[in-house]
Design a protein around this ligand. Sequence first.
Ligand SMILES: CC(C)(COP(=O)(O)OP(=O)(O)OC[C@H]1O[C@@H](n2cnc3c(N)ncnc32)[C@H](O)[C@@H]1O)[C@@H](O)C(=O)NCCC(=O)NCCS
Ligand SMILES: Nc1ncnc2c1ncn2[C@@H]1O[C@H](COP(=O)(O)OP(=O)(O)OP(=O)(O)O)[C@@H](O)[C@H]1O
Length: 228
Amino acid sequence: MFIVGLTGGIASGKSTVSAVFREHRIPVVDADVIAREVVEPGSSAWKKIKEEFGDDVLLPSGHLNREKLGEIIFANSDKRKKLNEWTHPEIHRTIMFEVLKHFLSGNRYVVLDLPLLFETGVMLSYIHKTICVTCTPEQQLERLMNRNMMSKSLAEQRIAAQMPLEKKCEIAHYVIDNTGDIDSTRKQAKRIVGILNESWEHWRIRMYIAVFAVIVFSPILYWYFVSM
Ligand SMILES: CC(C)(COP(=O)(O)OP(=O)(O)OC[C@H]1O[C@@H](n2cnc3c(N)ncnc32)[C@H](O)[C@@H]1O)[C@@H](O)C(=O)NCCC(=O)NCCS
Ligand SMILES: Nc1ncnc2c1ncn2[C@@H]1O[C@H](COP(=O)(O)OP(=O)(O)OP(=O)(O)O)[C@@H](O)[C@H]1O
């Protein structure tokens, strides 16, 4: 599989970019969606959360009160670490399973929308290219506050819980500048889709050559060593 990691900071514009990949029929696996699935009532992560934080972080339906849990874990790095330990292994397993499903249904190219790609580093060894979506710290704060209807202090806490956006963009192969309007971001995303399509074609040809070489040379090597 040719795997692309899409990352950035909270509310930096990843969903705006992933929409462009989807429009090009490139499947996107969204870690935030999976993160919601692994804390469904009854799951092992849900049981640990209930045990540690009590019924205060549950809604009457038994589902997580995400706002409440968010307030707790973004204000306390030890508690956040615990939550990460309970949820991340299952999130990463599910992502790998989703990638496998795409592979089995004939897709050889997939995008992983992973906010914490560089923080955890877990998926990096499977990823061929990385993209970071960036904006200014002021825009990030304002967009997060507006989108989540969140106070300034809570939004600042969430941003501080992640690796600085600037640092992520230094590490990534490609950077999408989301400081302008959405149209400008979409144009950059389309250009990167084109570049990645070329990368993917080259990678695919190299894979075919490697498979061909193994098929052709294995019997020759086998014959050579057996007849020695
Ligand atoms: C604390 C929770 C319940 C808050 O839920 P809420 O609906 O308010 O936020 P949501 O899940 O939509 O996340 C929004 C963004 O917050 C950031 N974020 C979420 N969890 C974390 C974390 N543990 N550390 C740093 N940033 C995080 C990401 O940028 C994410 O895109 C939830 O974020 C959670 O369960 N987090 C732990 C799992 C996780 O790390 N998810 C991130 C993707 S792998
Ligand atoms: N260029 C832009 N100009 C104005 N608003 C924008 C721009 N890009 C994104 N936004 C808005 O900022 C908010 C965050 O964008 P988006 O949801 O794409 O970020 P994200 O990185 O996917 O966030 P998260 O990972 O936290 O879910 C949204 O409300 C979106 O409409």
